[in-house]
Design a protein. Structure first.
Length: 181
């Protein structure tokens, strides 16, 4: 590999994923890429980085096929990768069909990050809190899972009933062991 060639292997550009460096006798770095449709194509590295080549040609075909129709997702000329700024400063990710998606198909990113972290969907009474207060800082270590359920008063019987409700709600997701000695 040429010492001046930027290591692009594994990077994704549009529908293309760089698979390996391709030795080309002409100047410039060339890479073998795998398109999302399954075809392989050789592309100059500069064309990948500036967005000149987005696919093996299937993207252009898809755009032509949708001429005169409403272009949704990556076929839309204004596509920005599926991320937008939602109301109140949160980041939204396009996830059409997700139970938490709004009418436009966007889900708050912090909720998706927390679902991935805990390995299950969030329950309706759960919220995700940003520790540092910055609503677009969705690093895993900046997020905390909170519940907005509270107890039913201060009588012992009420607290025990509430604790049993919590155990029933969360038991399927956690291994509960008896810690009494």
């Amino acid at each position: 590999m040429n010492i001046n060639t930027k290591d692009e292997i594994g990077n994704k550009y549009g529908r293309l994923t760089v698979v390996e460096w391709y030795p080309e006798p002409r100047p410039g770095a060339y890479f073998k890429c795998l398109c999302d449709c399954g075809k392989e194509v050789i592309v100059r590295g500069q064309n990948l980085r500036i967005g000149g080549t987005k696919s093996c040609g299937c993207y252009k075909s898809d755009v032509k096929r949708t001429a005169g129709k409403k272009r949704i997702g990556e076929l839309n000329y204004g596509w920005k990768g599926g991320k937008i700024k939602l109301a109140r400063g949160y980041v939204g990710i396009k996830k059409i069909g997700h139970p938490l998606a709004n009418n436009n198909g966007y889900v708050p990113e912090h909720r998706l990050v927390m679902e991935q972290k805990i390995g299950r969907p969030l329950l309706p009474n759960e919220t995700v809190h940003h520790k540092n207060g910055i609503k677009d800082d969705n690093r895993e270590d900046n997020l905390e899972l909170w519940t907005n359920d509270h107890g039913y008063g201060s009588r012992i019987e009420d607290k025990i009933n509430y604790a049993l409700e919590i155990i029933k709600m969360y038991a399927p997701y956690y291994s509960i062991t008896d810690t009494r000695k």
